[in-house]
Design a binder for this molecule. Sequence first.
Ligand code: SF4
Length: 452
Amino acid sequence: MSSRIRTKVTGKLKETVFVGLLRASLAKNKLEQKLKKAIGRGGKTDLPKRIPIKAAGKMKMLMGRYYVKARVAQDDPEKKIAWITSGGPVEILHAAGVTPIYPENHAAMIGTMRMADDTCGVAENRGYSRDLCSYARSDLGSIWSGKSPIGGSPRPDFLVCCNNICGTVIKWYQQLQRIFDVPLIVIDAPFQYGEDRPEAIDYVKAQLQNMMDQVGQITGKKIEWDTFEATARRSEEAIKLWRSVQDLLAHQPAPMNSFDTFIHLAPIVTLRGTPECIDYYKMLYSEIEERVRKGVAVVPGEKYRLGWDNLAIWYKIQFLAKKFGEHKAALVVSTYAASFGYQAPYRDENDILRSMAASYIAGYINHGLDYREKELLEMARKFHLNGFVMHSNRSCRAYSLGQYELAKRLEQKHGLPTLMIEGDQSDTRAWSDEQVATRIDAFMEIITSRTT
Ligand code: SF4
């Protein structure tokens, strides 16, 4: 047997064994229990029992299989792994057969498992300021300490960083480049203050073209245009499906809440461009649509409907779901989950790369306050909101800067109450249950007084 075939057979065998183990352990392993607790299915509560979303089990298998494949790829010299930012053009990696790994996803898992204080502390002991994003501190601290809920991420062959989400990622990825001594591809996405500028779209398109060439050089195999185009079209289909799933939450009562959407966005971040991603969201859509048909309410007796701005607070999802649920309030839309469903108004059927470039600068977080105000108002209208909950996120200045101004505009110009919750997506040290609970109670009193 040639060494190439031997590597493939061993890889396949490893994958089968890993998937079997994963399947066997999912039912009652510690990770599962902790996840259930974090997302609000496993904790004690006086609220009526919620009907679990069946697709969640499939998603865990899908994501588990993806991580197993990545682990196998690490030992296969013919396979390449790239670490990429959540807003990066992953379609190019999938088209090249490269396995994408998301340090942000890893950091979110660290946050969900309440390991972030520990891993952030490791980075802080090396001189990284607590003002730096906790995703960056968590992930770097995990690399240096080996502490991780999934045994760490497979080592990258190269890195892809797109600054359409923030400037922090540039410095973070430069540090990763120093640690792993691998090539770094940077996609520079200009910030958009008003309408998306055509010259910005051209600038990003040229970089995407360049990235295709660079990835081809790294893998030793040119990316075929037909393969890329098919991947990009699958990505668009998955994004549309993800938007349709979220749109179902406009129904009253909401069949699922935004806390669920935080969990179910894993495939759209990681696997967009693959057939599995499309299959997953088709399945999720039909399950949620069935809930709508049957009148299943995520918050039984739903009275109030709220929007959410900024990243999830991963370690407090259960707490928040329970607290709002006690007030009969459902969170029905979030700018965070929606940000993985953005598509630019510009679309050219004959220029898929330019269309993709336009979408990669079109996200909520890459826009100025006037744009954000319009988006929030549109969400309030479409999802019949009584108010907005704004997570003033200590980690994410790109998201949080301007939130107080936005809250003022929503309240004063449009009469929409807002609640500002101070927190952090992963680092628990900035959080107080008592303070937040008191603020939620006061906010819900305001909403109740305005709606009765
Ligand atoms: S949480 Fe904010 S600051 Fe951190 S990586 Fe994401 S976008 Fe950047």
